[in-house]
Design a protein around this ligand. Structure first.
Ligand code: GDP
Ligand code: MG
Length: 136
């Protein structure tokens, strides 16, 4: 079953020039890029994107981080695209959860600045794609 997922290269990934690396891994996996765009994120978009984390201790720090520089937003499509990209990304904590070979496992050290975002469920993907790419 073909799915779509929302992928972000976060400000740390753009700053570290890892956009190409992330795109290569998405393409090498066999997933399709449906949309790909550099964006600056205002506080409102950031808060909507991360609404599920509102109230958590790291929420305000997370909004600071995600609005700190340009991001690259993409819609990625393919069979089981949501789980497929989550596997490419690796677990949230790049050291303790992300396996070597994953994007976070290969390039990350900190839980907040963990390079990429990928939707976590079909419901999240639909909500996030509508938020970032309303015309799709
Ligand atoms: P993800 O789905 O793997 O990205 O993880 P979550 O949805 O749980 O968290 C969203 C994002 O918030 C993560 O990717 C991190 O950038 C950040 N984050 C999650 N947990 C923590 C935490 O304990 N501390 C900090 N500072 N940031 C966190
Ligand atoms: Mg998440």
């Amino acid at each position: 079953m073909t799915e779509r997922t929302l992928v972000l290269v976060k400000p740390d990934g753009v700053e570290r020039k890892l956009v190409g690396e992330v795109v290569v891994r998405i393409e090498r996996k066999g997933l399709d890029l449906v949309a790909l765009e550099m964006r600056t994120v205002d506080r409102e978009l950031a808060a909507q994107h991360y609404a599920e984390h509102d109230g958590k201790p790291f929420f305000s720090s997370l909004l600071e981080f995600i609005t700190s520089g340009p991001v690259v937003a993409a819609v990625v499509e393919g069979p089981r695209a949501i789980a497929a990209f989550r596997q490419l990304a690796g677990g949230t904590d790049p050291v303790e959860k992300a396996a070597p070979g994953s994007i976070r496992g290969d390039f990350g050290l900190e839980t907040q600045s963990n390079l990429v975002h990928g939707s976590d469920s079909p419901e999240s993907a639909a909500r996030e794609i509508k938020l970032w790419f309303p015309s799709l």
